[in-house]
Design a protein around this ligand. Sequence first.
Ligand code: ADP
Ligand code: GLC
Length: 479
Amino acid sequence: MKNILFAASEAVPFIKTGGLADVVGSLPKNFNKEEFDVRVILPKYACIKQDWADKLEYVTNFSMEYNWKSRYVGIFKYELDGITYYFIDNEEYFKVDKPYSSDGRWDIERFAYFSKAVLSALPVIDFRPDIIHCHDWQTGLIPVYLDYFHFFSEYYCGIKTMMTIHNLKFQGTYGTAEVRNLTGLPDYYFTHDKLEAYNDANLLKGGIVYANRVTTVSNTYANEIKMPFYGERLDGLMNARSAELSGIVNGIDYDEYNPETDAFLARNYSVENFRKEKVKNKVALQEELGLPVNPKTMMIGVVSRLTDQKGFDLVAHVMDELCQDDIQMVVLGTGDEKYENMFRHFAWKYPEKVSANIYYSEAMSHKIYGSCDAFLMPSLFEPCGLSQLMSLRFGTLPIVRETGGLKDTVEPYNEYEKTGTGFSFANYNAHEMMYTVRYAEAIYYSKKRDWNKIVERAMTQDFSWKTSAKQYEELYKNL
Ligand code: ADP
Ligand code: GLC
C-alpha cells in the first residue's frame, strides 16, 4: 500500500476557480484503493461553501515558526466519497472571499505558509505519505522545504514528491531577499540553479527543480513547454528535466458530467436519443436567456475564464462578421474587464444573436454544455482544458485551436474519411478561426446526418479518469 497526499490550493466541491479544482476533486477517487491510499490537503478558506464548511471536523492545532513569528496551524478533516480531505486553518492567511488576491507578494506569503504547514502537519495527522503530489506554484515550496526538513528530522527522509504543472504561466515570483526572509530558507536555496530565476525567487521553479518527478496535463503541452513560445521563460529548465517530465491528459468526472442524469438540464438524453431530445435543451435555454426561440438555429457556447490565454482577442476581432451568420452565441464567464465588456457590447449590438452572461454559475455551465450545438475554445495555449471534454461528453462539438490538450483530445472532422469529434485550426489567426466556425456551420446546416455522426463519436469518446489514473499509478509505483 502506498500513501499519497495531494496538496493543492483548490478542489471541487469545496472551492473552485478553474480546472485545477475539477482535477484535484475528481482524480483521487479513481485510484485502485487496494494499492493506494490517496488523501488531499487544502487551505481552509473562509469562502469554502457554507454547507461544506459546517461539516469539517476539528482535529488539532500547533504552532509553527514562519516569517519571524510563531504561527497558528489548525487542522480540520472531512471524508467524502471515501477520500479524506485535510484543511489547514489560519485566519490571518485564509479568511478571504476568494482563494487568490491581486497582491502577488501577499499570495506568496500565504501559500509559502501553506506549503510549510503541510509538511509540519504530517506527524500530527498520523498519515505519512510516501509521495506528496503537488499541484501548481502554490505548492511549489513543498519539495524545497522537504529537502530542508531532512536536516532536522528523520521523519521526512524517504518521502518523495511529484509536481504537476497545470499552468506554467503562473509561477509565483517575487524578490529574492523578501522571499528568503519570509520563508526562512537559507541562502543556499536562492541560486539560479534552484529557486531563483531572472533575479526573483520563483516558487514553481523550486518545485520543478526539487520534485522527483514532474508532470503536466497533456502530452502536447509537455512538449510545447520545452520551447520558448510556451515555456514562459522556463523552457531551459523544462529541457533540463525532460527525462523526468511527462504529460498525462486530464479526465473529467463522468458521474457529474453525464447528459443522461444531469439535474440541471431541461431534458436528459443519451447517445441513442440525442437526435430528438438534445434540441429541447436548446429551446429551453433560448427561452431562459431571451434569445429568439428556434430549434434550427445553430447555437455556439463559451464557458470560460475571460483571459488572454483563452483566445478571446481572436473572437473580438471577427465578432461583427460572425454575427452576420445564422448563429446564436451563448457566453458564460468572468475575468478581464476588456473581455467582459466586449461580450456585453456584442450582446447589446446583436441581442438576437449574442447572450453575455458575465457571472459564475455551475448550473448555467451545465445548461450550456447540454444545449449548444458547438463549443468555441480558440486558446492561445491550453495545458489540457476540461471544457472541451465536458462538451464532447454532452455531444456539443468543440471548435478549438490545435494547442496543448485541445490538440490531444479533439480529433478534427475529416469529411472524406468520416472521422473526427470536432473542428480545429492551427494558427493563432482570427480569420482562420472564423473560417473554421463557418465550416462547422456548413456541416451543421447542410450535412445534418454527418453532423449527427460526429456527435455520436464525440459522445462515445472516453475521457473519464480510467486511463489517466492508471498512468499516475505507474509513476507512483516507480518513484
Ligand atoms: P481553466 O482551468 O484554464 O480555467 P479548464 O477548461 O481546465 O480551464 O477548466 C475550466 C473549468 O471551470 C470548467 O469546469 C468550466 O466549466 C468551469 N468554468 C469556467 N468559467 C465558468 C463560469 N463562469 N461558470 C461556471 N463554470 C465555469
Ligand atoms: C489549468 C489549465 C487548464 C487545465 C487545468 C486543469 O487551469 O489552464 O488547461 O485543464 O489547469 O489541469
